[in-house]
Design a protein around this ligand. Structure first.
Ligand code: UDP
Length: 333
């Protein structure tokens, strides 16, 4: 049995789906603050090799709730996605980010210790690096986050080091770059009440009459003046999670891995690719730079390739295609 915290959310639900396809029985623990019960219900009704044995509406901030969940089943490992992840919100309200992300995860780790669960795959982030000194960014790059979101995730990487040394809880901490895309059969995908991300915002602008898409800044020191990011497609990201579990199952030590493609694309290139995919013209306006946006973020992914035996395979275009199919199926009027 495997526990997925945050399994009602964007990445957690895609991972849950993959575990079910692989024949795992899983329990989902989610407080539904940003996730969606509709997704859980949809996954429950699929005829796959594995089953959602239980959905527990619970909050990691409450130690009793997670202890009670862990006491009910014998879990071999935990995938931990439950967290807040909007950078601008974290800058305005660090208190809720520290409470939800840090305290929530500390409770989870304490409950794991109590119930002798010793493997966790954790969603960390490229935001732990802050403004890069060089790209591609390898795992030895200094970590100096520039927002509360990145600070909470970095603090949790440290916490996991300590819990690994003292209590033998081994963790694979995966530092995501920019995740895009959805399940190829549109069984789950990106669904945020407040959407801040590039690809869904581009696609949503096509569905809203008269709406122009906003580009945040075009005077960065990059190939065309717009920010460059490393876009990793959901399928590839999920493959890496499965490999990370295998790594821990094979006795792998506590470690961290960048998940990115080592390719950089500018905002204008993403728009151009979205135009190819959708066959529509995307109209945009240039706005002020968004605070805390580094010019370029690109992952060096050598470590994940070598140690996890993982390889990203999908292109930016394929990622946008799957995101477009998901948007059309769920949100287009
Ligand atoms: N971006 C943009 N318009 C939007 C959303 C994002 O121009 O509506 C830009 C943003 O400034 C950044 C890139 O797209 O350079 C990726 O932003 P996103 O929020 O998707 O991910 P982040 O890099 O902040 O994690």
């Amino acid at each position: 049995m495997i526990l997925v915290t945050g399994g009602a959310g964007y990445i957690g639900s895609n991972l849950a789906l993959r575990l079910l396809e692989l024949g795992h029985n899983i329990v989902i623990f989610d407080n539904l603050s940003t996730g969606h019960i509709e997704i859980i219900n949809k996954l429950k009704n699929l005829d796959l090799k594995g089953k959602i044995v239980d959905f527990i509406k619970g909050d990691l901030k409450n130690l009793q709730e997670i202890e009670s969940a862990l006491s009910k089943y014998k879990f071999e490992a935990i995938f931990h996605f439950a967290a807040f992840s909007i950078v601008s919100e974290s800058a305005k309200n660090p208190s809720i980010y520290w409470e939800n992300n840090f305290l929530g995860t500390k409770n989870l780790l304490d409950a794991m210790k109590k119930f002798n669960i010793n493997k966790i795959v954790f969603s960390s982030t490229a935001a732990t690096y802050g403004e890069p000194n060089y790209v591609p960014i390898d795992e030895n790059h200094p970590q100096r986050p520039i927002n509360a979101y990145g600070n909470t995730k970095l603090a949790l990487e440290f916490l996991m080091d300590d819990y690994s040394k003292a209590y033998g809880i081994r963790s694979a901490r995966l530092r995501y770059f920019n995740v895009i895309g959805a399940d190829k059969f549109q069984r789950t995908g990106e669904w945020h009440e407040t959407e801040t991300h590039l690809v869904p915002n581009i696609l949503k602008s096509l569905n809203t009459k008269g709406k122009t898409f906003n580009i945040f800044g075009n005077t960065y020191n990059t190939k065309d003046g717009t920010c460059v990011r490393d876009y990793i497609v959901m399928d590839d990201l999920i493959n890496a999670h499965i490999k990370a579990l295998e790594y821990l199952n094979n006795g792998g030590k506590t470690d961290f891995f960048n998940l990115g493609t080592k390719e950089g694309n500018s905002v204008l290139e993403v728009i151009q690719t979205a135009e190819e995919v959708t066959g529509q013209k995307i109209s945009y306006e240039i706005k002020e730079k968004r605070e805390g946006d580094p010019a370029i973020l690109i992952a060096d992914n050598k470590k994940a390739k070598e140690i996890l035996n993982w390889q990203p395979e999908k292109t930016l275009k394929e990622g946008i295609e799957s995101a477009y199919n998901w948007e059309k199926a769920n949100f287009y009027k």
